[in-house]
Design a protein around this ligand. Structure first.
Ligand code: SF4
Length: 381
């Protein structure tokens, strides 16, 4: 195993202790600084029947992520052309609808991202904070990596659009401030686990120029921290519903397999794969055996883009609690998607990344923390 961007198994650290402590500090920050805006926001959700009210932790994640992304990406989105963003967004939607177009659309999206969306930061000011937020949402939609996050931001945007301009300005400035606070604190408290990100961006990211995953692989250290905290907040928020489900399913990414795709003997169903136990060294095999003992099924999801289809055909309305396993950059979108489909979920972060799709030419098997998985399955409080 080598560390490419992040590693939760850094020597001399206890990731799960650190993340619990810091996530609780993040919640406290929002309790102290967003008390009245949070009440007004929930009031808006109820009065306008936007959605069943979510837990405090879930809204904390929505506000915090909006602040973090405004701080990181406004300098790109503010000067991006609307028509180009709309084009990139349409290409992304087309590719999601029709996988056979991937071959043609991905290179085009890679060119647009590298040459226009993500090529230079500029501090161009936009007339109002609300317009800046709206432009950011469009940019994130065009980037294609923030599918579920942008739906959450639309709700915040509509809430602000309904109110006074001053209120929107103050709210946006507060969430940006929370993003800055988070950046400083998260480096202190989670920085041990993400030391590889800056080196990766400095030394290797240029290799991804013109590729479709140029934005994905260039994501900043603070975004890893945001996902690590987001996973913890969401696990807390979703826990009760998850434990009320009858059966449990563990969804693992294909990069956990010991063997390469062409050697793995897993059998393919429509959208997932089942391990047949061809290798004793394989972690998926081990988890499949553990699942028989602890009463959960294991499904290999070949690619994160198959996740939605799997959920819709297999999990919706079946009283199944899903445990998603992924790396930080994929996990939160998956968690938000599960929530939007009303599937009770929990998640476990991969200890490090290693897939050949994005991070390593050959790829190497990734793993999860089994003690944490068992804790999630058993911890009902
Ligand atoms: S043990 Fe299972 S998942 Fe692992 S390589 Fe063999 S069939 Fe694939």
């Amino acid at each position: 195993m080598k560390t490419i961007t992040y590693n939760l198994k850094e020597k001399g650290t206890d990731y799960y202790e650190d993340i619990r402590k810091f996530s609780s500090e993040v919640s406290d920050y929002f309790s102290k600084n967003f008390d009245s805006s949070y009440s007004e926001f929930v009031n808006y959700i109820i009065t306008n029947k936007i959605e069943p009210v979510r837990t405090f932790e879930e809204y904390v994640y929505d506000f915090l992520s909006a602040g973090v992304y405004l701080n990181i990406y406004s300098s790109y989105s503010n000067h991006s052309s609307n028509s180009l963003l709309q084009l990139q967004k349409s290409l992304y939607q087309l590719r999601r609808k029709n996988k056979s177009l991937k071959l043609y659309i991905d290179p085009l999206r890679g060119i647009i991202s590298t040459a226009f969306l993500y090529n230079k930061k500029e501090n161009k000011k936009i007339t109002t904070p609300l317009k800046e937020f709206s432009k950011l949402i469009l940019w994130l939609e065009a980037a294609g990596e923030f599918r579920e996050e942008t739906k959450r931001f639309e709700i915040i945007y509509n809430f602000l659009k309904n109110g006074e301009q001053n209120y929107a300005g103050n709210f946006i400035s507060s969430i940006k401030k929370s993003g800055s606070w988070f950046e400083t604190e998260s480096i202190k408290q989670l920085g041990n686990y993400t030391r590889g990100v800056n080196d990766f961006i400095k030394e290797l990211h240029k290799k991804y120029r013109w590729k479709e995953n140029y934005i994905f692989t260039g994501r900043e250290r603070i975004e890893y921290h945001l996902s690590l905290v987001g996973a913890e907040l969401m696990n807390n928020g979703f826990k009760r519903n998850f434990h009320e489900t009858k059966t449990k399913a563990l969804l693992v990414p294909a990069c956990m397999r010991f063997k390469r795709d062409d050697e793995c003997k897993a059998t393919a169903n429509n959208f997932d794969m089942q391990c047949t136990g061809c290798s004793h060294e394989c972690r998926v095999n081990h988890l499949t055996k553990l699942g028989k003992e602890k009463n959960f099924s294991v499904h290999i999801i070949p690619h994160s883009s198959d996740f939605t289809t799997w959920l819709k055909t297999w999990a919706v309305g079946t009283n199944v609690g899903v445990i998603g396993v992924a790396c930080p950059l994929n996990l939160i979108t998956g968690g938000l998607e599960l929530k939007s489909l009303d599937i009770p979920a929990q998640c476990v972060m991969l200890d490090y990344c290693g897939c050949s799709n994005h991070w390593d030419e050959k790829g190497f098997p990734t793993e999860l923390n089994e003690a944490e998985l068992l804790k999630i399955l058993e911890d009902k409080n």
